[in-house]
Design a protein around this ligand. Structure first.
Ligand SMILES: NC(=O)c1ccc[n+]([C@@H]2O[C@H](COP(=O)([O-])OP(=O)(O)OC[C@H]3O[C@@H](n4cnc5c(N)ncnc54)[C@H](O)[C@@H]3O)[C@@H](O)[C@H]2O)c1
Length: 251
């Protein structure tokens, strides 16, 4: 078990990708603080993980609020005995045509997807530094942070911001023994996804033309959070079936 004895806080872990990340961390031996703005969803996931033999506790956290983030980090230490890993996963994938997009849509999406990651990273890093044991921060970006896409003016900007934030935090936190990396998923099957395959808009560019599973994102997070990852910081790893490296597929 790569993460035995480690404590991880995952944001937005009550559904979708965050739920898969929490599961992968528990399977690797970590105790997981399952946080979400929706406490009932966090309780459901923590219950599932506990029933499967893992150590997981639910907690309500709105990632946009620095006071709540500080309370959640302190609570992880108090209830689970530490804070070694933060996974900034909470986010919205909402889209809207650029010409119709009100400023409020843009700023609210950035507040959740990008500012929320800044807020939680700062709260967690302060606790990690005070404990003097180093740590790991893994930010969930997206293939949309690497290239543009229709309807994604706010989403792409927020996820490109995550990639840039990851680079700078890696530099500023290295002296404290904290490694900071990012995972950029492609299309992932979640509770919100109803179709068998992602749309042709995705599959025509994917070497592996299928949805990824949340647990596959989680396993990349586990590696970045483990001692096996010791000389990688500031990077973004694609878990995207090849979507962001594909050029000519035929001929
Ligand atoms: N699903 C995909 O295909 C995909 C692809 C690339 C990246 N991602 C990224 O993965 C992350 C999760 O996406 P998902 O598809 O699982 O979304 P989702 O909507 O299924 O789950 C998001 C979770 O975040 C929670 N949340 C919302 N606002 C919050 C807040 N203010 N504070 C704390 N929690 C909050 C929700 O309650 C929910 O449980 C996002 O950052 C998203 O950009 C997803």
């Amino acid at each position: 078990m790569q993460l035995n004895g480690r404590v991880a806080l995952v944001t937005g872990a009550g559904a979708g990708v965050g739920r898969g990340i929490a599961r992968a961390l528990v399977e690797a031996g970590a105790a997981v603080f399952v946080t979400d703005i929706d406490l009932e969803a966090a309780e459901r996931v923590a219950g599932e993980l506990g029933a499967a033999g893992g150590r997981a506790l639910p907690f309500r956290l709105d990632v946009r609020d620095p006071a709540e983030a500080a309370v959640a980090c302190a609570a992880a230490v108090e209830r689970l005995g530490g804070l070694d890993i933060l996974v900034n996963n909470a986010g919205s994938t909402a889209r809207m045509p650029f010409l119709d997009m009100p400023k409020s849509f843009f700023t609210e999406l950035l507040e959740l997807n990008l500012v929320g990651a800044f807020v939680c990273a700062q709260a967690a890093a302060r606790v990690m530094i005070a404990r003097g044991k180093g740590g790991r921060i893994v930010n969930i970006s997206s293939n949309s942070g690497r290239f543009g896409g229709r309807g994604r003016a706010a989403y792409s900007a927020s996820k490109a911001g995550i990639i840039a934030l990851t680079q700078t935090l890696a530099i500023e936190l290295a002296e404290h023994g904290i490694l900071v990396n990012s995972v950029a998923p492609g299309p992932i099957r979640t509770e919100r996804t109803t179709t068998e395959r992602p749309s042709e808009a995705f599959t025509c560019r994917m070497a592996l033309p299928r949805f990824g599973e949340p647990i596959e994102v989680g396993r990349a997070v586990v590696w970045l959070a483990s001692d096996a990852c010791s000389f990688t910081t500031g990077h973004t790893i694609g878990v995207d079936g090849g979507l962001t490296v594909t050029g000519i597929m035929e001929g």
